[in-house]
Write a protein that binds this ligand. Structure first.
Ligand code: SF4
Length: 884
């Protein structure tokens, strides 16, 4: 097969790939990444395994044909609608969908079923940006583009750990800064990897962003106001400024509200005021908040007041989380949007109904994600189809969502791999995966890129658009769903964007509505708008000369108040991403080297909070609130603010006994956008007193059945799995029979077990064999420090071993005190933190380049460079202390 150009399926940067011989590499010609990939993108080739893939439809756990499964889905939806009306059914879909998947699902629900009840996991990601854009601009439009990063003099990053979450774009910024001296200011309660490059880090009190930007607006009004521009292109300036001034009465008052020292605040305000080319990039720290929409408008207000929008190197810029969050917004994947950036205004409803020839088109918005699952719990939604997402893990109050789905009369799930959600489905439909799907995605800068299949879908797996099309046909709408290919769908989507548009909606890709299949196949990455009236892109930026899609053509400044930051008396739980993981680990959790940067779920907390609870670093702690509990290993770090704790969002019940943190997240949502506040749940944390610790390494990845008094977490190895174990009841009560031991080792009766024990030290070691090959080994000790390292054991897995070698494996492996703390910094070349520290110290290394030359760390994807920088700084500080 010749080379295939496609797009990375992870984040909203939308990096281009060239797949050659089945191996994806960075596409040097793609304007998002120019060949670069981050650690996740660089590891895509390792996610292509078909092991555990869903390969056939199933009904109640038994394999079924497509006909049988699709007939059942269509019949259950049709019956439910007939009996209880269109609002008794729902679709919950995903930013992992291609635009074509989204278009068909949205058309089916809103146009033909006649309900607004389709929402997407982008609700958890970008809904506040959408709402903020619509309030300010009249339409959900990102005004700027990636080139702005190369043309700006100031980047303010708000609530964005860009170094880990949008790494390739971050590297573009850092490269530009080296040439241009761009200033970087990070606004984030946590000291993240992104702060390593910051000229100034404002560690604001969580939720105080509006107060910070109201203070900035008041300062800008006195020092950098663009009066002519405001007079010509903005409404609401006077009210917004007066509201901001009423709050930001003085620097000290804003300092008290934000927790930022007045000198740092003033420095920020002065730099922003004097820097014409200023960008504000924001992400989930802004969006995932009960005041997310107000935060977005507080930022946009500052750009509108200074006219710094739509010109090179300036403007507000939302970094989208998912690969096709933008595409979903374009087709109406959100319950409160209709299609092609139209809302539920009667004129829009009538227009879309005309275009689709669907007189029953929904006239009201549907239920947003949190509300949707509440309606399932109340029995108001009786049939739901969940596609390409895992709400049993990722939704707030995930236990509540699980209970709702368990009680729901009909649940269909389409996905590529089994998930915690598919385990609750009546019908499971095998979806084609990223490597097998054809369509388009739109990245954070409005650029549409083709995603192209480079292999055939395994088994009976099929694309999502095909499944929704087939169900629509079975429900009686064959004519409206006659698509044969993704190109058919894309043309219709493009035509709808231009339908009765006349320049009223900026999202117009009418120029692509007549393209033939070959042109669609060869479509290069293109940024919208692309109206039919123009033969080429209109230019990368919007709104430099106004022209907002509002009735009067002006942007609106929106008065917002910062007093809404929630006060929490307990600890505040913030959830977010790690560098090498993606969402609920369905793909990245299968790649051994991506699981070395953080091998187990963690809880980061400030030393003061840890001390107050007698929690030592690297021990287990229980996090709990009224919604649920989790057990996590503690990282004590001054990167956290006192009172705030951080837990990664990624771990599921398939990877750890009790670490799916969505179970503890509150259901508080932003009143405008409906986006859940995933970063401010009240929790308490307490130490877990463990009685024993264990290391289990085996070829089988099944979860260990250890009961409620034990903890486990799983990480893949090259030829098996490693499990960290610990328990808070006596070991004898947990592993009390040979049967239990065999279940743990996953070896059958009769298979040989070699054991070694030292009861005085409470140390027990077991190895299970299939013939003479090592299938599993289990090391048990009073604590972690008495366990061998997993690296020392894993090499033997699957190896034939003589009796002498077996004994020496069990008896001779020495404990390593750092069994739990070996942290891989460069996952491309498996270079750990201690090796880098040693090299810096012994080799007197003083730069990233010197570390790269000595250890190769940081020389491939570059995602670890901020951490290398931090290690260099740490070592430099040590040296300074020694000299003193
Ligand atoms: Fe993929 Fe990384 Fe690019 Fe995001 S930055 S699209 S995860 S390669």
């Amino acid at each position: 097969m010749s080379d295939v150009r496609t797009t990375c399926p992870y984040c909203g940067v939308g990096c281009g790939l060239v797949v050659s011989g089945g191996v994806p590499k960075g596409d040097a010609a793609h304007p998002a990444n120019y060949g670069r990939l981050c650690s996740k993108g660089a590891a895509l080739k390792d996610t292509l395994s078909l092991s555990d893939r869903l390969l056939a439809p199933s009904i109640e756990g038994r394999e079924a044909s497509w006909n049988e499964a699709l007939d059942l889905v269509a019949a259950r939806f049709a019956d439910t609608i007939r009996e209880h009306g269109p609002n008794s059914v729902a679709f919950y879909v995903s930013g992992q969908f291609l635009t074509e998947d989204y278009y068909v699902a949205n058309k089916l629900m809103k146009g033909f079923i006649g309900s607004g009840n389709i929402d997407t996991n982008s609700r958890l990601c970008m809904a506040s940006s959408v709402a903020g854009h619509i309030r300010a601009f009249g339409e959900d439009v990102v005004p700027g583009c990636y080139e702005d990063l190369e043309e700006t003099d100031l980047v303010v990053l708000v609530g964005s750990n860009m170094a880990w979450c949008h790494p390739v774009l971050y590297q573009r910024l850092i490269a530009a800064r080296e040439k241009r001296g761009t200033k970087i200011i990070v606004v984030d309660p946590r000291r993240t990897a992104t702060c390593e490059a910051a000229d100034l880090h404002l560690a604001i009190a969580a939720g105080s962003d509006v107060a910070l930007f109201n203070g900035l607006l008041a300062h800008l009004a006195d020092h950098a106001l663009d009066e002519p521009w405001v007079a010509q292109h903005v409404t609401g300036f006077a009210e917004t400024l007066s509201s901001a001034r009423a709050e930001a009465l003085s620097l000290n008052i804003t300092a008290a509200a934000t927790g930022v020292p007045p000198t740092d605040l003033l420095r920020f305000y002065e730099i922003f005021a004097r820097t014409e080319r200023a960008m504000t990039l924001y992400s989930q720290g802004v969006n995932q908040s009960a005041s997310g929409t107000d935060k977005v408008n507080a930022i946009i207000n500052c750009h509108l007041a200074t006219g710094r929008i739509g010109r090179p190197g300036m403007g507000p810029f939302s970094l989208t989380g998912q690969p096709n969050a933008m595409g979903g917004r374009e087709v109406g994947g959100l319950a409160n949007q209709l299609a092609a950036h139209m809302a539920f205004a009667p004129k829009d409803v009538a227009r879309v109904a005309r275009f689709w020839n669907a007189p029953g088109t929904a006239s009201q918005p549907g239920r947003k994600a949190v509300d949707m699952f509440d309606a399932v719990a109340r029995g108001e939604i009786k049939a739901i189809w969940i596609a390409a997402t895992n709400p049993a893990v990722s939704m707030p109050r995930a236990n509540h969502v699980r209970a709702a789905l368990k009680a729901c009369p009909f649940v269909a799930v389409s996905d590529t791999w089994p998930t915690d959600t598919s385990a609750l489905a009546h019908v499971v439909l095998p979806a084609a995966g990223w490597a097998e799907k054809d369509g388009t995605v739109t990245n954070s800068e409005r650029r549409i890129s083709r995603q192209r299949a480079f292999r055939v879908a395994p088994g009976a797996a099929r694309p999502d658009w095909w499944m929704f099309t087939e169900v629509a046909r079975r429900m009686g709408w064959s004519d409206a769903f006659s698509y044969q290919t993704p190109a058919d769908i894309f043309r219709e989507h493009a035509a709808l964007s231009a339908f009765e548009n006349d320049g009223k909606r900026i999202f117009d890709i009418g120029a692509l509505s007549d393209i033939d299949d070959q042109t669609y196949d060869a479509l290069p990455p293109l940024r919208w708008p692309l109206p039919k009236s123009r033969s080429a892109e209109a230019g990368p930026r919007l709104f430099a000369r106004g022209g907002f899609p509002t009735p009067d053509g002006r942007a609106r400044m929106v008065p917002v108040s910062g007093s809404g930051a929630p006060r929490i008396s307990a600890l505040r739980l913030n959830t977010g991403r790690l560098r090498d993981q993606w969402h609920t680990m369905t793909r990245t959790g299968r790649v051994p080297h991506l699981m070395t940067h953080a091998a187990a779920p963690l809880l980061a907390m400030h030393p003061r909070d840890a001390d107050a609870r007698s929690i030592a670093p690297n021990t287990l702690a229980r996090v709990e609130n009224e919604y649920g509990a989790a057990v996590l290993r503690v990282v004590v770090t001054e990167d956290q603010k006192p009172g705030d704790v951080f837990v990664p969002m990624h771990w599921t019940d398939q990877f750890s006994s009790a670490s799916a943190i969505g179970k503890l997240v509150s259901d508080r949502t932003d009143p405008v956008s409906g986006q859940p506040d995933l970063k401010a749940s009240a929790v308490e944390v307490s130490a877990v007193e463990t009685h024993w610790a264990g290391l289990l390494i085996r070829r089988d990845g099944a979860v260990p059945a250890l009961g409620e008094n034990a903890y486990w977490s799983k990480a893949p190895l090259a030829s098996g799995f490693a499990f960290e174990l610990a328990g808070w009841a006596a070991l004898s009560g947990v592993i009390h029979s040979e049967d239990i031991l065999r279940q743990l080792l996953r070896i059958p009766r009769g298979a040989e077990i070699t054991s070694y024990s030292d009861p005085k030290k409470s140390t027990f070691r077991y190895a299970g064999f299939a013939g003479d090959r090592l299938e599993a080994c289990l090391f048990l000790a009073p604590d972690d420090a008495a366990l061998p390292s997993r690296a020392a054991v894993q090499a033997f897995l699957g190896q034939a071993m003589t009796p002498m070698e077996r004994l020496s494996l069990l008896a001779a492996l020495s404990p390593v005190n750092s069994a739990r703390s070996q942290k891989i910094i460069c996952s491309c070349f498996s270079v750990d933190a201690d090796s880098i520290r040693d090299a810096i110290h012994n080799g007197k290394l003083a730069s990233i380049a010197e570390i790269g030359a000595a250890l190769k760390a940081g020389t491939n994807c570059g995602s670890c460079i901020p951490e290398l920088k931090k290690l260099l700084q740490e070592q430099g500080a040590d040296a300074l202390e020694t000299v003193k």
